[in-house]
Design a protein around this ligand. Sequence first.
Ligand code: PEP
Ligand code: MN
Length: 462
Amino acid sequence: MPEPGGTNGTSWDPSSWRNKPAKQEVIYEDQSAVQQAVNQLNRLPPIVTPTEIIRLRKNLKDVAFGKAFLLQGGDCAELFAYCEQNSIEAKIKLLLQMSIVLIWGGNKPVVRVARMAGQYAKPRSSPMENYNGKQIPSFRGDILNGYDPDERQLDPQRLVSAYHHSAATLNYIRAAIGSGIADLHSPLDWDLGHVRDDSIKAKYQAIVQSIIDNLNFMRTIGAGSSVLETIDLFTSHEGLLLEYEQSLTRRLKHPPDRIELVPEDSSEHGWYNTSAHFLWIGDRTRQIDGAHVEYFRGIENPIGIKIGPTMQGEELVKLLDIVNPQREPGKVTLITRYGEDKIKGILGGHIESVQKSGHIVVWQCDPMHGNTRSTETGIKTRQFSSILSEVSSALEIHKEHGSFLGGVHLELTGEAVTECVGGSEGLTDDDLSLNYTTFCDPRLNEKQALELAFLVAGHYKD
Ligand code: PEP
Ligand code: MN
């Protein structure tokens, strides 16, 4: 029986999206194999719990009021093969290190959300692509098909595999954090050897020294040892493949502190997407009457909506009314991704529309997806300076509008890849072939990501 969900008067249940048109539609050939996979998923335990989900929702309310900053990052397309010790550790350490820099810069807590442990489904601009002169189905992420040209047919068992890789990844994240990977009593690696420009190097060194001095001081006085020893790291992915999301959506008891967020709601249970703490709707699937918005309006999790240049102010407010009728501050994160040139003509209008509507959102800048270009040889890349420029514009435009930037959303990896150009290492188009390993969009490598954190933090100090 459908039950009231998003409280806007119409009934909702985890499958009501099936009555709406879906972009990026998934058409499986063998429906009985899909049913078999879904039956398996339905009985597997939650990967995350309501207590954790509500904790993040409370943290994001703080972000919405300017009391904390949101750092979200990870791969564009996470592969099952990334479920491996070194690659998981490298990403946790990088996010930790970036967050320390941002805490230092902004003087406020940082909420860390990894694009990890479930970021397996990718929207594609075309269902087919050219491979050696032949048209083959595009790679749609490990949860749907394989990157190998022989594995492009959709395989429903991948739904189950996604669950297991997601659970194993989060298990190791939890174990590594619980065992001290984020313990700030051990020194962090702040190697700046790659920075070529002496004056930039001196600037970064001064930041590092200040951070080290602050940490030493805290250790000496024995302050905040729990803060120094452990961290919260939440997980997130694009909620694209609704068969999967539906299976992991469970009717569960609210934790007691949810009442602080929605005092007028005395229900005991709610629908929690237990596959990740935070999910977002992609720019290609955010249609007001579409299946994805229908699914998202009924879940308890804090959610994100990607917003590109084609979004209209009025449409944006309608969308907020649908997914957050109770107008809970911070329930929705608007992830803006316009491009370094377009942001100047669009963000201000979007901020004004939301301000007029009375909704209080988290404004997050994704400086990656509006700044992708192809090199002369057809390799997808992004320029570090364009990424920085979109973040800087976001900071400025928010300030001009009496608003503020709540966070950043980045595609990054803890490894020394060569996918984005620029930054202090001075990577050029010619260097891209050295270690270009992404299966979708180009990611910042660990040096570029940390440098971006230095520059954003520096902005707050200046
Ligand atoms: C992404 O985050 O990888 C993505 C596809 O983004 P968008 O929906 O903003 O295009
Ligand atoms: Mn991407």
